[in-house]
Design a protein around this ligand. Sequence first.
Ligand code: GDP
Length: 137
Amino acid sequence: MERTFAIIKPDAVASRKAGQILARIEAAGFTVRAMRLQHLTKKEAEGFYAVHRERPFFGGLTDFMSSGPCILLALEKQDAIKAWRTTMGATDPAKADAGTLRKDFGTSIERNATHGSDAPETAAFELGYFFRGMELI
Ligand code: GDP
């Protein structure tokens, strides 16, 4: 079993798609191991996306991620990291495969409904950034 870190981003929470996305997460065979609704501060979003700080979209992305509450998730499944990236689809909803979450709920390359860790090292950092060890037992 592997764990990954996921976010239902502020666009999807604001448009009341969180319930549908959680249902899709369960239908895809993920177990929710931890979950919290949280309105990130700008600083918290900047810390989370620190690897992107030199990118031109960093300011807009961190404004968006701190614009309203999101849902933070620890998901478990065999090969969870890869499986969750497949369930989400490509970063740009316009390029995402049919039936993926970003295709169905994303509205732009920035407002793309969900986040998922892209490798074991990032999953470890991201899970630890948002959840205490006790929450992940
Ligand atoms: P991900 O791993 O698929 O989420 O993609 P990245 O790690 O490359 O980018 C992180 C997040 O930044 C994405 O999920 C988008 O919300 C946003 N993003 C990525 N590329 C762009 C871009 O070219 N323009 C804008 N405005 N946002 C972007």
